[in-house]
Design a protein around this ligand. Structure first.
Ligand SMILES: [Zn+2]
Length: 121
């Protein structure tokens, strides 16, 4: 869209330095230049590319890509928001571990009462 050709490996010529071999890696949510270290998200990219402030860059992206700020977000964006963050996932795992362990503890206490007390006497 902005005249940055991306090859099959997701690499492009970096517009932020005099790049002769593609050094700019373009991911879905950020970019990174292995040569000059330029890094950021899509708004940073537009801001640096056009020499705009972040706010102006966001407005430009809204205009250029026909994003209607009054319309609800698309399904793809909602899908992304619904994905759990790593921290949330860790917390969930921790909760699950705790449940399993407390269940084990309950069983062991039960065994202790049932078999332990009589044998040791
Ligand atoms: Zn660069």
């Amino acid at each position: 869209m902005y005249d940055v050709a991306v090859n099959r490996q997701g690499m492009a010529l970096c517009p932020f330095h005099n790049d002769r071999h593609p050094s700019l890696y373009l991911a879905d949510d950020h970019y990174y230049c292995y040569a000059c270290g330029a890094y950021g998200d899509v708004i940073d990219f537009a801001a640096n590319f056009f020499g705009l402030t972040l706010y102006e860059a966001a407005q430009r992206l809204v205009a250029d890509f026909g994003i209607d700020t009054d319309r609800p977000p698309t399904k793809a964006i909602l899908e992304k928001c619904r994905q759990k963050t790593q921290a949330q996932q860790l917390m969930e795992n921790e909760r699950l571990c705790f449940l399993v362990l407390s269940d084990c503890a309950r069983v062991l206490r039960d065994w202790k009462v049932r078999y332990g007390a009589g044998h040791t006497g």
